[in-house]
Design a protein around this ligand. Structure first.
Ligand code: NAD
Ligand code: MG
Length: 337
């Protein structure tokens, strides 16, 4: 895998463009502010008339337009609205208004890879996907570092798509730690799999099963929460800093022995078979179809699940424990995946 850095990018390309950022949420605020600090002079934030994000964008000193107005004006449009609304925005506001030869950028491959958006032939279609949440993209940039970015070109109508993408990635800080070239397909399918099977879905269900097992065996909920949820961060921090072997160096021999003996009993080969099913549903587009159907039906599945998880005993227990530990930092960005 080849990795590119600032030296491989020409910042002047993006500095010379009119850039519209659609959405001012987790990713949007970070891209807009980093681009501005990298010397991009003409930036517009595109939001609906009734958007909650208008105040934040205004407070940061940005000009705000509707997506349609921004499309008529911009050379480069970065799509940072939620994935499920991007196709509507494209059809209603961008398709007939984007300038000829404009560049349409994404931070996630879903809409292009699964053909929810079929971009006009004359557009450059590029992905610049930071591998971190928006607040980190901004915070790292502000301390002269950067979050690594994935770069992909789906459609190169002008012959300059890759150079534009590289320039944009560098301007948001990606070239300080590394820009990795990939495809929309690989970014999209690995990202969805990771968040579903391991990072979000797998992790939360593992924690819930652990918590319930201890509580059902008669142990106090607070202790169950500490052992199966709260302490996850300590272990993950060790893995983040040094990998699995380094984490195992830091824990007790008792914990390490239990890890080797019991881990594979809990996460046995049947789990991998199920993961393969999850991956197959991602690759076939079944997952994306279900996700979009839920959105169009008014989100019954997501709403029901939020209700169920909020009502679970784990949440109350966790809230109680956190109130004992006021030094814990509040989550300032809930969206990382
Ligand atoms: P978000 O939910 O934090 O923000 C979305 C923004 O879009 C908000 O400002 C909202 O007001 C605005 N918006 C909603 N509907 C709109 C419309 N019709 N027109 C214009 N603006 C509209 O979203 P996010 O998490 O920043 O995700 C944006 C993109 O970045 C997605 O493609 C996502 O997959 C990708 N991504 C996110 C992360 C992350 O950590 N959050 C990481 C990598 C990639
Ligand atoms: Mg994701």
């Amino acid at each position: 895998m080849q990795i590119f850095y600032d030296k491989d990018a020409n910042l002047d390309i993006i500095r010379g463009k009119k850039v519209a950022i659609i959405g001012y949420g987790s990713q949007g605020h970070a891209h807009a502010q980093n681009l501005r600090d990298s010397g991009v002079k003409e930036i517009v934030i595109a939001l609906r008339e009734d958007s909650n994000s208008r105040d934040a964008a205004k407070a940061a000193g940005f000009e705000i337009e509707t997506p349609k107005e921004a499309a008529l004006w911009a050379d480069v449009v970065m799509m940072l609205a939620p994935d499920e609304v991007q196709a509507e925005i494209y059809v209603n506001d961008l398709k007939n208004n984007l300038k000829k030869d404009a560049a349409l950028l994404f931070a996630h491959g879903l809409n292009i890879h699964f053909k929810l958006i079929k971009p006009r032939d004359d557009l450059d279609v590029i992905m610049v996907a930071p591998k971190g949440p928006g607040h980190l993209v901004r915070a790292e940039y502000s301390r002269n570092a950067g979050v690594p970015c994935l770069l992909a070109v789906e459609q190169d109508a002008t012959g300059s798509a890759r150079d534009i993408g590289m320039s944009y990635a560098s301007a948001i800080g990606g070239g300080r730690s590394g820009i990795i070239e990939t495809s929309f397909k690989d970014e999209c399918e690995t990202d969805l799999f990771g968040e579903q099977a391991v990072l979000c879905g797998g992790l939360t269900c593992l924690m819930r099963s652990g918590f319930e097992t201890l509580v059902e065996a008669g142990y106090p909920e607070e202790m169950a929460y500490f052992e199966t949820v709260h302490e996850m961060k300590l272990i993950v921090d060790l893995i983040y800093a040094g990998g699995l072997v380094a984490m195992r160096d830091s824990i007790s021999n008792t914990a390490e022995f239990g890890d080797y003996v019991s881990g594979p009993k809990v996460i046995d080969d049947s789990i991998k078979e199920k993961m393969k099913e999850v991956l197959a549903d991602i690759q076939s587009g079944k997952f994306t179809k279900e996700f979009m159907a839920d959105y169009h039906a008014g989100r019954p599945i997501i709403k029901q699940a939020r209700k169920k998880w909020t009502a679970h005993a784990m949440e109350k227990t966790g809230d109680n424990l956190r109130s004992m530990m006021p030094w814990l930092s509040k989550i300032d960005d809930k969206k990382v995946a």
